[in-house]
Write a protein that binds this ligand. Structure first.
Ligand code: NAD
Length: 497
């Protein structure tokens, strides 16, 4: 029997939700129930925000060194529990254990270590006497309480990206993970307490988006909303937050282009395309989804990708040799299958994959790595986010055409260009409209560098020093240094007296 868990963390206390609605966290590898929980109600959200308001007063006045020390302790706890985190992440998402062990968990721990240091390096301009009669200085202050909403694709990493810059800068947070994948976020909230981060600084509300999510982003005591998820839901969340005149940070969907010029290293491009489209089952906002290949390399690229994709080992995500586990749910599996069916009905062809595999358990949400060819640029499969292990390849002739096609979707999160020509590389990095452009690689991220999109992929940055621009408020303090009762500027009022 699946364990029943208390899935709310409010003011440091583990509690049940009070919505009356039970929810099952499901292992997508076999459809079994991993845990059952009661979802949060708006009452729970209100309690969590109140706990955050109270806790933030003290946490916001802690010294950067104190906040940094707590984060260093957290990094140590996570190191010791890395395997437990990896197992739990794989259980609730179906991602291969080697990905959890080598990417999600170490990346998350590195985020903690980075923000432990960054907490002591909030930057600002120097104090100065701009008009000769006042000293101006800049204070960088926490926003207060941040309401954050995260998706299911990288539950632990997304929780980190939300929590760390917020609390490093002295905010308190109420985080709503996806109700499908709350387990590692709940572990993290408990470990924050164990690390000495005061109760109420990190609160977790596990609830349904339209209920708990909307209550959180509309709450009058939430000063900032940070959302990672799909573009349609982001639009709804942003409109609610803007209605309350809150600060808004949006990390939304993507449809990353992968542009291969005719001088590219073909082997590197083929391996890069398969790895970057299959990673995490393609359920990655930066995954390579549209390969534009310059005509001389097109046929060889297609053949290489199809062959390599067919060698990807699908199966039990807990098996160390599995390359690709199930998608997040049966619903997602059907969604991906329907995308492929519509693409084929629209004239595209499946070069490899395209099916629910026959070799994996029927109750699992598996899907074959898929290469689609002969699709039209303006067709759904090229324009819309599939969120599955699906790559579409299209040929191009001139460099201008390739770069134009790369920019021709509503999204602008990430992109890559493959070339051995430095001029082409620099041109692509300048002309592709995206938050990140990789040259001769696609996917790697580091804590020191920002992540975040443009266009329908949102605005604002996760990680890096730039994230503090989202999570802090700039205040100008102006101190009179003339020391006289009758200030010079008073002549605009009293000049004739
Ligand atoms: P989603 O938009 O369906 O859900 C995201 C979160 O929003 C979940 O916690 C969900 O419960 C909540 N939610 C749903 N409806 C809501 C509402 N009305 N009000 C408030 N909250 C609501 O996205 P998903 O399916 O969980 O995740 C996949 C999406 O996330 C993809 O589009 C992917 O590109 C995107 N994503 C983006 C980034 C990035 O950094 N840009 C990173 C990871 C994932």
């Amino acid at each position: 029997m699946a364990e029943r868990i208390a899935a709310q963390r409010i003011g440091g206390v583990a509690a049940d939700g009070t919505s009356g609605d039970d929810f099952h966290v499901v292992n997508p590898a076999d459809g079994s129930v991993v845990a059952t929980l009661e979802l949060a109600s708006p009452v729970d959200v209100d309690a969590a925000v109140e706990a955050a308001v109270q806790a933030q007063k003290e946490w916001g006045s802690a010294t950067p060194a104190e906040r940094s020390a707590a984060l260093h302790r957290l990094a140590g706890i996570l190191e010791a529990k890395a395997e437990q985190y990896a197992q739990t992440e794989t259980l609730q998402t179906g991602k291969p254990i080697k990905l959890s062990r080598e990417f999600d968990v170490p990346g998350s721990i590195d985020n903690v270590a980075y923000f432990a240091g960054a907490a002591r390096h909030l930057q600002g301009s120097a104090a100065a006497e701009w008009d000769g009669a006042h000293t101006s200085m800049i204070r960088r202050e926490p926003v207060g309480v941040v309401g954050s909403i995260a998706p299911w694709n990288y539950p632990l990493q997304m929780a980190m990206w939300k929590i760390l810059p917020a609390i490093a800068a002295g905010n308190a947070i109420v985080l709503k993970p996806s109700e499908m994948t709350p387990l590692t976020t709940l572990m993290l909230a408990d470990d924050c307490l164990a690390a000495g981060i005061p109760a109420g600084v990190v609160n977790v509300i596990t609830g349904a988006g339209p209920v708990a999510g909307e209550a959180l982003v509309s709450h009058p005591k939430v000063g900032m909303v940070s959302f990672t998820g799909s573009t349609p839901v982001g639009r709804r969340v942003a409109s609610l937050a803007i209605d309350g005149l809150k600060r808004v940070h949006m990390e939304l969907g993507g449809k990353a282009p992968f542009v291969v010029f005719d001088d590219a290293d073909l082997e590197a491009a083929v391996h890069g395309a398969v790895a970057a489209s299959v990673i995490n089952g393609g359920q990655d906002c930066t995954a390579a989804t549209r390969a534009y290949v310059q005509r001389p390399l097109y046929d060889a690229f297609i053949a290489g990708v199809a062959e390599l994709m067919a060698s990807v080992r699908l199966g039990d995500p807990l098996n160390e040799h599995t390359d690709l586990g199930p998608l997040i749910s049966k619903r997602q599996q059907e969604r991906v299958r329907d995308f492929i069916e519509r693409a084929v009905a629209d004239g595209a062809r499946v070069a490899t994959g395209g099916r629910i595999p026959a070799t994996t358990p029927e109750a699992g949400a598996y899907f074959e790595p898929t290469l689609i060819i002969d699709a039209r640029q303006n067709s759904e499969i090229v324009q819309s986010e599939v969120f599955g292990p699906v790559l579409v390849a299209l040929p191009f002739d001139s460099d201008d055409e390739g770069l134009n096609l790369a920019n021709d979707t509503p999204y602008g999160l990430a992109a890559s260009a493959w070339t051995t020509d430095v001029v082409r590389a620099l041109r692509a990095s300048r002309e592709i409209t995206a938050g990140c452009v990789w040259i001769n690689d696609h996917i790697p991220i580091v804590s020191e560098m920002p992540h975040g999109g443009v266009k329908a992929s949102g605005f604002g940055k996760d990680m890096s020093p730039y994230s503090f621009e989202e999570y802090t408020i700039i205040k100008h303090v102006s101190i009179d240094t003339a020391g006289v009762a009758r200030k010079d500027w008073h002549r605009t009022i009293f000049g004739d007296r």
